[in-house]
Write a protein that binds this ligand. Structure first.
Ligand code: SF4
Length: 429
């Protein structure tokens, strides 16, 4: 195996890094047939590799990479993504503008979420909020309910804030205009501008980062190499067909250069790929030392009053699940019995006294940065008018009404367990 250097270009430190990896293989197997040699003398066969200061990477064979990628995409790309098509479902011509609204909604949904998961949400969203005016006029409750299950709920609130900024205005046609909207970063803005207007703006989403770090066998985690990855994305971009090129790059990452099992034999960039040449594609992107993910037990009270209504509260707008409804509770302190946790939390956060009863369910839920165990108990309300001391508002609702409130995903199992218990009690009575 051999790391290919762009003809007429010096190897930079990234490619030298790959060279060091493959040298061991070369020592055993020798230089393979057909491998191109590096024009830099110190890198020619037999190797005398010398690391030198990093120069900005220019991929001199970008034209060939573009051509290979677009030819692959024509045959194997995801051509039926609805927001990338004309209203009649046909492909737009190069340079033909598309409606930015469905693209903007999709791009925000696709932050943190895969296409096949986001697609039904996007379809429901477009049916309820077909344009900026409808979204701007909706209540936050409606917006969050439609987003329920997609996670990272601040995205939904920011979309609505953005709609209120945009209503009555022309669509932004430049980077600054899109970056002025909440929740829109450089990659999202580039993707919207290239998708909607076929304008030459690069992207750098998770899929693209993975492909590019493998292409050059970057020795750094993407988060610490962002400026160089942006250079690669800019340098590779086909300025004549930015919409098609960016989509092809995303499709390559989503369908071929996948995180765990890249299908390198099917990849149009295999001959140019340093990670493939090194024989270790899945070693890239290089990861930072993994942090230990904290684990926390949360005591949760499903509090019922004498009328059989259940108490829920709405989280503050800040944070991961901001604005969603939940059953009250909080973190278990070291050495504390879970029933004491629930009693204490409900007293501190709602100013109520309850009798903690039997366990309803235990739900484990993992976020990217923490793992939680919800130990949920049925509780009987004793005294105190519930106060929203740590939430936006509190409400007594009929159990059957719970479905009409937006809850975090972990709460769906609590609701199902409560309804099941209610049904069993009714049948037993
Ligand atoms: Fe990814 Fe393999 Fe293609 Fe390299 S050759 S870009 S690792 S799929």
């Amino acid at each position: 195996m051999f790391v290919l250097a762009p003809v007429g270009q010096a190897l930079d430190a990234e490619r030298c890094f790959s060279s060091r990896v493959v040298l061991l293989v070369l020592a055993v197997h020798g230089r393979p047939q057909g491998a191109r040699s590096c024009p830099q003398r110190s890198h020619r066969w037999p190797f005398r590799v010398r690391l030198h200061p990093v120069a900005p990477l220019t991929i001199a064979d970008a034209p060939e990479l573009r051509q290979l990628l677009l030819a692959w995409w024509q045959q194997h790309g995801r051509q039926a993504i609805p927001w990338k098509l004309r209203p009649d479902g046909s492909q737009p011509a190069d340079g033909e503008p598309l409606d930015p609204y469905p693209i903007w909604i999709a791009e925000i949904m696709l932050q943190q979420t895969q296409l096949q998961v986001a697609l039904p949400y996007w379809q429901r969203w477009m049916a309820v909020f077909p344009g900026v005016a409808a979204l701007a006029a909706a209540s936050e409750h409606e917006v969050l309910l439609l987003w329920q299950g997609l996670g990272y709920y601040s995205r939904a609130r920011r979309l609505q804030q953005g709609a209120r900024q945009l209503v009555g205005q022309p669509w932004p046609r430049d980077l600054a205009g899109w970056l002025a909207l909440p929740g829109v970063g450089r990659s999202t803005a580039g993707s919207i501008l290239s998708s909607a207007f076929d304008r030459p703006f690069a992207i750098l989403d998770g899929n693209v980062k993975r492909v590019l770090t493998r292409l050059v066998a970057s020795p750094k985690p993407p988060a610490r190499d962002a400026s160089r990855l942006w250079q690669h994305s800019e340098g590779l971009l086909d300025r004549g067909r930015p919409r098609a090129f960016n989509q092809a790059l995303m499709d390559l990452g989503a369908t071929v250069c996948t995180p765990r099992q890249p299908r390198c034999p099917e990849c149009p960039w295999q001959r140019h790929c340093a990670a493939y040449a090194a024989g270790t594609p899945t070693a890239y992107p290089v990861k930072d030392t993994p942090r230990e993910i904290p684990f926390q037990v949360i005591g949760v009270g499903v509090v019922l009053n004498a009328s059989g209504q259940v108490l829920i509260d709405q989280r503050l707008n800040e944070g991961l699940l901001g604005g969603l409804w939940e059953f009250p509770g909080g973190k278990q302190e070291p050495g504390e019995a879970i029933t004491d946790t629930i009693t204490r939390e409900l007293r501190e956060e709602l100013a109520i006294e309850v009798a903690v009863g039997e366990q309803l369910i235990v739900v484990d839920h993992a976020y990217s940065h923490k793992k939680l165990r919800f130990d949920v108990h049925l509780c009987r309300w004793i005294s105190g008018e519930p106060q929203p001391l740590a939430s936006q508002q509190v409400r007594w609702v009929e159990p059957a009404e719970l479905q009409s409130y937006p809850f975090p995903a972990a709460n769906a199992r609590i609701i199902a367990a409560l309804l099941q218990t209610e049904q069993s009690s009714a049948e037993a009575a």
